[in-house]
Design a protein around this ligand. Sequence first.
Ligand code: SF4
Length: 254
Amino acid sequence: MKTIIINDEKAIHKPASELRIAGLTRFTTIDFPDCLSAVVFLKGCPWRCTYCQNPELQTREFSEMEERVSWEYLENFLKKRRGLLDGLVFSGGEPFTDPALYSAIKVVEELGYKIGIHTAGMYPEKLKEVLPMVDWVGLDIKAPLSSENTYCKVVGKPNFTKRVRASLDALLQTDVSLEVRTTVHPDLLTDEDILLIGKELKEAGVSTFAVQVYRQPPESDESNSLPRVGSDYPASGTISQLHDMFETFTLRRS
Ligand code: SF4
């Protein structure tokens, strides 16, 4: 049976040994700014974004085909890499879906690693709880926070904008480094939507924003994914306005 946890904001801390790790990138220079890091991909996400590149990570259960990285393996790996790696990024899926995340972060921090998290911000209370241990967060903002309809169209679930806004506000009240990023596709977000996201983030106090243009997953075709994006989207005028709005603005197109 598939488990989808949506409203679980209770602080249930399972032991780190129960962390559901579906993958480990042993070394990266691009997933945690200015930090040589490893990345773990955790199982579970309550949303169903049209463009999700890791749908196999949405459920908490492992299929027979999936490999599982054990906590013991990760802990030993991190012990051996001390001095060679600086940080560990918890990614997913949505890492806050995992009730063992808090305990895992605590152990990894005690091993001397910096902590990075990729999150879409749907669990503000859990996020607040770990922030004192965290060094950097990459926060996905999927659509304008003022438009519940557009948000729901992108993430496939209603009534999350208040929770995402609470996560953003919590992050901006700390000194944790923050990059906000938005994946864009013309079927989901117009140029006006993208500019509105930019304005909302600017007003909230965000200084680092990245727009990531949707790219088709390898080996997919347009029958099972969104259409390819033309080079005229987002429009150059939109990009230049965003450049002017933020201290650091990045357009990622691949
Ligand atoms: S939030 Fe991320 S992991 Fe969850 S469905 Fe959306 S893209 Fe996939």
